[in-house]
Design a protein around this ligand. Sequence first.
Ligand code: NAP
Length: 256
Amino acid sequence: MGLLEGQTGLVVGVANKRSLAWGVARAAAREGARLVLTYQNERLRENVEELAATLDRSVLAPCDVTRDEDLEALAETLAREVESLDFLVHAVAYALREELEGAFMATSRRGWALAHDVSAYSLVALVRAVHPLLKKPGGSVVTLTFEGARRVFPNYNVMGAAKASLEASVRYLASDLGPEGVRVNAISAGPVRTLAASGVRGFVGFLQGYRERAPLRRNIEAAEVGDAAVFLLSPWARGITGEILHVDGGYHLTGV
Ligand code: NAP
């Protein structure tokens, strides 16, 4: 029997087959979960539709996380399509390309607001939207962060600040929802080549740095993030909340 047998989950953030969200969706489906996947807009619908078709019993729904009306519509679709939700996977981030190069000091007010809205506030808004459906006790939320929240990576800039906000939000949400038996955790993933990652100037340098310095001396894969997410979502992690779990080959422990 799979670790998530009989469970239903919402996965937000699949853009294509390289997406970390897709790594999580595949692992969760393999472990027996039924999934609702979202796509940001019509342009991406076909992509996500094709992927969703490879999963058993999945449901597809549109959702741009910056639009309150989309979040409301998503909650309505969920209420119609599923009895309750066992888990939510949040794997969404965005910053203007020009904010992901050069000096952090040059971050614009608009760029700051947009990056924080899409990459951090969206977790709070999504949790609130699905809260009535989340199983209490037993529900679980997982989001994805990066070490740039804690340490300086060239050009990661405003996304580092947004990830720090996301990680703080994990702790506050864990505190809010813990009394109901709902857990909230994050995976801090090492660099993986994805659409979002390609927006960071010099990203190949991140990959190389991790390969050379991480104790495991290699880069991680989306499937490894998927398996760790399954663990955090499953009853095996029932005593864990407010945690940032590193899936980075151990890079986070390195000094010089
Ligand atoms: P990805 O495949 O490009 O996924 C990012 C997702 O965010 C896409 O599905 C994207 O949709 C979505 N998104 C952006 N703006 C949105 C909006 N307004 N509404 C709804 N969805 C929106 O890249 P990824 O690397 O897998 O990113 C997933 C998460 O992992 C992000 O939080 C990222 O920061 C985190 N992470 C990534 C790495 C890495 O090295 N790749 C490492 C650590 C953490 P569109 O394509 O339609 O914009």
